[in-house]
Design a protein around this ligand. Structure first.
Ligand code: 13P
Length: 289
């Protein structure tokens, strides 16, 4: 069933488990992510980054959202459709126009007051029509320090716990992405990051709203399982599921080039899906649909 992201996350916070938000890059991935959730009897949040890496053209977005909404409605488990990293008000409104039930406004790299003002503007518009909103406080950068976004090096700033209550009160946001040692993409030299659980506990004590962990890939199963019992309710995963899909497809190609070529997409999707199912177990959402 197609549901509001807030409904999935409020239950997850109460139940002390996390829900995976896999990055979706094609209509095929919609099918496989939802089938993974049905197989595990788990809720799932499909993340679409319409700012940077997915279907920039409106015609494509309209088509993909027709598939996503239709498949989600037919699903036996709760499915939410979320705009990931909406970079501004216009991007979030574009997402809502095409049928997303929740949006992330990411103004986390801007000064605090600007982040508050933009988030508040998105929340007011989105809540007027029942759309839930995620925002980010502190800034989750890239695991690779040489990575650039919009020509600038990404930077990381830990969430300041002193800002949390003020930010939530002023913006009315439904869930909050935090920066507690996590980073997007692969970590340098594949090091498992140090997650600041003391900071997570402080934030979780300040607010009952669901917390979000971006950059799930490479963060370590133990870290993520622990975070899910301490306030983290949504974990974004992109790199690891794409890696799992491509590794399986290449392995099969090397084993048998002729068959591997014909089955390339099937094998990619199998690896992609297996990793999603694996993380549903790690995050504790299996059988929580
Ligand atoms: P990873 O690629 O590190 O899993 O990050 C995904 C993400 O946070 C998308 O918002």
């Amino acid at each position: 069933m197609l549901v509001n992201m807030k409904d999935i996350l409020v239950k997850a916070r109460e139940g002390h488990y996390g829900v995976i938000a896999p990055t979706i890059r094609s209509a095929d991935e919609i099918k496989h992510a939802i089938e993974a959730a049905e197989h595990k009897n788990s809720p799932v949040i499909l993340n679409f980054n319409i700012t940077y890496d997915f279907v920039a053209e409106d015609a494509d977005l309209e088509l993909v959202m027709l598939v996503a909404r239709e498949r989600a409605m037919r699903s036996s488990v709760p499915v939410a459709l979320n705009v990931d990293h909406g970079k501004d008000f216009a991007t979030c409104m574009r997402g809502i126009h095409y049928g997303f039930g929740s949006v992330m406004i990411d103004a986390s790299a801007r000064p605090y007051e600007e982040n508050v003002a933009i988030t508040k503007q998105v929340v007011e518009a989105a809540h007027a029509i029942g759309i839930s909103v995620e925002a980010e406080l502190g800034c989750v950068g890239m695991g690779d320090p040489n990575f650039k976004i919009d020509g600038k090096y990404s930077h990381t700033t830990e969430t300041n716990p002193n800002d949390v209550a003020d930010f939530i009160e002023k913006t009315g946001v439904d869930c909050l992405a935090v920066s507690i040692g996590n980073a997007h993409g692969p970590y340098a030299k594949d090091i498992i990051p140090h997650i600041n659980f003391e900071l997570l506990d402080k934030i979780a004590e300040i607010t009952p709203i669901p917390l979000v962990l971006h950059g799930g890939s490479g963060t370590g199963d133990e870290n993520m399982a622990k975070a899910c019992t301490r306030g983290i309710c949504k974990i974004n995963v992109s790199t690891d599921i794409a890696k799992s899909g491509s590794e399986l497809a290449v392995e099969k190609l090397n084993e048998n080039p002729k068959k591997g070529r014909l089955d390339f997409h099937t094998n990619f999707h199998q690896g992609y899906r297996e990793k999603i199912e694996y993380y549903m177990d790690v995050f504790g959402s299996t059988n929580k649909a």
